[in-house]
Design a protein around this ligand. Structure first.
Ligand SMILES: [Zn+2]
Length: 207
């Protein structure tokens, strides 16, 4: 068995031993909010936002971008499971700032193996065949964190499947301090248009 597989299964055995009352949790998130954020391993939303099991939806992808699939999840989060406030959280030192669509497509065309990042950008140590399929994916890279948070909050806010009374907040997580920094323009763009949530302060994201 691989070391990681063994570790994960052991950790899970231990976790399940003290599962207790969590077995009774209902499906809808108790605190009625969702976080869209990056998959970066340094970010742990349950810790930086103080979540327990059952509290909130966490939707993650590379960059925490408002991709069609992220929006699919958010719409389900609201429409079927009742969340009413959404956070878009990008972060400092995001890997999505280190390449462009062209770079990624070129790397994949040369090889599918893991590339490496040096002082001159990404290079492919690659062997084996590559694929042109990367040309058909929008990689949703990031040039500027505040701009990407604003762009994504605006995209969600203006999406025809997203009702106006959901409040959307825009933040950047600082990987050096663990702090969430608001992108004021994004939170402004994400303000609920009507209903009770327009006047409400964002829930405290303190662990
Ligand atoms: Zn990231």
């Amino acid at each position: 068995m691989s070391k990681v597989l063994d570790e994960v299964l052991r950790a899970n055995t231990s976790y399940a031993t003290s599962f207790g009352a969590k077995s009774k949790l209902p499906m809808p998130p108790a605190r009625r909010f969702a976080i869209l954020t990056c998959m970066d391993a340094r970010l742990d939303p349950s810790k930086f936002a103080g979540l327990a099991e059952g509290d909130a939806h966490v939707i993650r992808n590379a960059g925490g971008r408002a991709s069609d699939d992220a929006i699919r999840s958010l719409v389900i989060s609201y429409k079927l499971l009742g969340t009413q406030e959404w956070f878009v959280v990008h972060h400092t030192d995001c890997g999505m700032e280190t390449f462009t669509d062209d770079v990624m497509r070129s790397l994949l065309a040369k090889s599918l193996k893991t590339a490496s990042l040096g002082s001159f950008g990404w290079t492919d140590s690659g062997t084996g065949t590559g694929s042109m399929e990367g040309d058909h994916i929008a990689w949703l890279t990031i040039r500027d964190q505040a701009a990407s948070v604003l762009e994504d909050v605006r995209r969600i806010r203006s999406h025809p499947l997203v009702p106006g009374d959901i409040a959307i907040y825009g933040y950047i997580y600082d990987v050096r301090s663990g702090k969430l920094m608001e992108v004021a323009a994004a939170s402004e763009a994400g303000k609920a248009r009507s209903g009770d949530f327009s006047l409400r302060e964002p829930p405290r994201l303190v662990a």
